[in-house]
Design a protein around this ligand. Structure first.
Ligand code: ACM
Length: 264
């Protein structure tokens, strides 16, 4: 089956949830898509200086972002995946919700926290389990640094995902290239939605985000690629039938695994 899938790349304004939601709305207003992926922490920005600050800017999925995404998802008959700081009681998770026309499909909480995120967020406690989009395919979600753990994408592929929504705020230079292997070894589409710009709220560790959002096909072809510092939405028609672990008549990428020989 063919769907129109894409990403939105932009530079959130730190701490201004209303402004960031307005920007997202404006950028998507005239676009047509079935699946749209937004960056990690797209409503708040990234570099919280304390857990209390993150808590004060965090919201549950039903907060300001959820209804805004649902309105868009309903109008476009689409699924939108967006990263946000998720408030859960007195804890904050670095999460991504998948929103459909009828409401929240899933909330994934980032499992692998990067660097000083460990001082801010609670580590995720949701499994790498894809969700049924009700549009005829299964969708996996992962967040940024999850990319460096091949088990994350593999688990989503084993769960029947044909496409992974990868919300990111990338600072290391390797992910975009590494997704070539993640896509190829699982024969799956991966849409990485990154942000750009610099945040230096912690003067000891200023962070520059790398842009370069992309749509990677199961054969490793880059179907769309954003520049390192542009606000842009890119959408491509992708054929989800190409996501198939049967590499050739004699090799199935999951069934040929040899867990008896692996150290896991
Ligand atoms: C990251 O995981 N946001 C680098």
């Amino acid at each position: 089956m063919k769907i129109k899938a894409g990403f939105l790349q932009f530079q959130p304004v730190f701490g201004d949830i209303g402004q960031n939601i307005s920007t997202i709305r404006e950028m998507l207003n005239d676009k047509e898509f079935d699946l749209m992926v937004l960056p990690e922490l797209c409503t708040t920005g990234y570099q919280f200086v304390s857990r209390d600050e993150a808590l004060s800017l965090s919201e549950p999925a039903e907060g300001a972002l959820g209804p805004a995404l649902q309105e868009l998802a309903e109008r476009k008959s689409s699924v939108i995946v967006a990263g946000f700081a998720e408030k859960n009681g007195n804890e904050v998770f670095n999460s991504a919700m998948a929103m459909g026309p009828d409401g929240v499909l899933s909330v994934y909480r980032k499992a692998h926290l990067f660097f000083k995120e460990k001082d801010i967020f609670r580590p995720g406690n949701t499994p790498f389990e894809p969700v049924d989009t009700k549009q005829g395919y299964r969708l996996g979600t992962m967040i940024c640094f999850d990319w460096i753990f091949p088990e994350a994408a593999r688990s989503l592929a084993l769960g029947g995902a044909s496409v992974i929504a990868h919300s990111a705020n990338l600072v290391l230079p390797w992910c975009q290239q590494a997704m070539f292997a993640r896509a190829l070894e699982n024969r799956i589409f991966i849409i990485t939605a990154n942000r750009f710009g610099t945040e230096d709220r912690d003067p000891a560790s200023p962070l520059t985000f790398t842009g370069g959002s992309q749509i990677m096909a199961p054969d490793g072809e880059v179907l769309a690629k954003a520049g390192p510092a542009e606000a842009v939405v890119m959408i491509r028609e992708i054929d989800l039938n190409a996501s198939n672990p049967q590499l050739n008549p004699m090799n199935h990428l999951f069934n040929d695994c040899r867990p008896d020989l692996y150290r896991l």
